[in-house]
Design a protein around this ligand. Structure first.
Ligand code: ADP
Ligand code: MG
Length: 243
């Protein structure tokens, strides 16, 4: 689904991603963990083209999006296949929950209102918020806002969902309701790339885990390899400080 080859990202002289190689296969749940400032968010932002990359390649479904000659239409199509959920929800504050989803669908996919309404209802049902359809974001709790953001991303029918610390802006008692939605997406076999500091959750949900530090991948392995038998001392130390 996604492959990064020798990805390098630099802000001025500051190299924030050194030489990242990673892939996510269809149906896989892959998590990225590591200390703050490792470059985890930058990886996700490079995948969805929110950041330009300095060197290397980003491929979505085999299409090299970093190739200068890439067909604009294919690039747009591929980017539409990646749904992103941010730490800070990024809902449109002046729009109802319904319109956050319906207007997004209209603008991005140009489908008619009746169909968009139908999709919005289905997605809100999936995240357990059908009764909030006419509320505005400021009437919702953080957990509810994040569930709307997930519903809005899913409405575009992405082939892969990217999550950037989806629960780190939430009060502790609201974390579970968001993690439960992500668990449900795993049951539905949705491909996901997740950045999270919720180590127990990462351990439980991930098929593979990537550990980063200072712009580099320290280690990658199955969830049990990383959590039960990490190879490097550095990864052991990191896990000891977070669990
Ligand atoms: P993480 O998500 O792992 O905490 P980030 O990807 O946010 O790390 O950041 C990696 C590094 O890149 C940090 O040192 C950060 O200061 C730097 N960085 C991120 N965004 C920018 C930017 N827009 N301009 C300059 N430096 C940035
Ligand atoms: Mg981050």
């Amino acid at each position: 689904m996604i492959e990064l080859k020798n990805l390098k990202k630099q802000y001025g002289d500051n190299v924030v991603l050194k030489n990242i190689n990673l892939y996510v296969d269809r149906g896989e749940v892959v998590s990225i963990i590591g200390p703050s400032g490792s470059g985890k968010s930058t990886i996700l932002r490079c995948i969805i083209d929110l950041e330009s990359i300095t060197l290397g390649e980003v491929l979505i479904e085999g299409n090299n999006l970093t190739n200068k000659n890439v067909d604009k239409k294919i690039k747009k199509e591929m980017l539409l296949k990646t749904g992103m959920v941010f730490q800070t929800f990024n809902l449109f504050p002046h729009m109802s929950v319904r319109n956050n989803i319906v207007k997004t669908l209209k603008v991005v996919k140009k489908i008619d209102v009746a169909e968009a309404e139908n999709i919005a209802k289905n997605m809100l049902d999936l995240v357990g918020l059908s009764d909030k359809i006419d509320d505005f974001p400021n009437q919702l709790s953080g957990g509810q806002k994040q569930r709307v953001a997930i519903a809005r991303a899913l409405a575009l029918q992405p082939d892969i969902m990217l999550f950037d610390e989806p629960t780190s802006a939430l009060d502790p008692e609201l974390v579970k309701e968001v993690l439960d939605i992500i668990r449900k997406l795993k049951e539905k076999k949705i491909t996901m790339l997740i950045v999270s500091h919720e180590m127990n959750f990462v351990r439980e949900i991930s098929d593979r885990v990537i550990v980063m530090e200072k712009g580099e991948i320290l280690e990658t392995g199955t969830s049990s390899q990383i959590f039960e038998n990490p190879l490097s001392q550095r990864v052991k130390e990191f896990l000891n400080t977070t669990i």
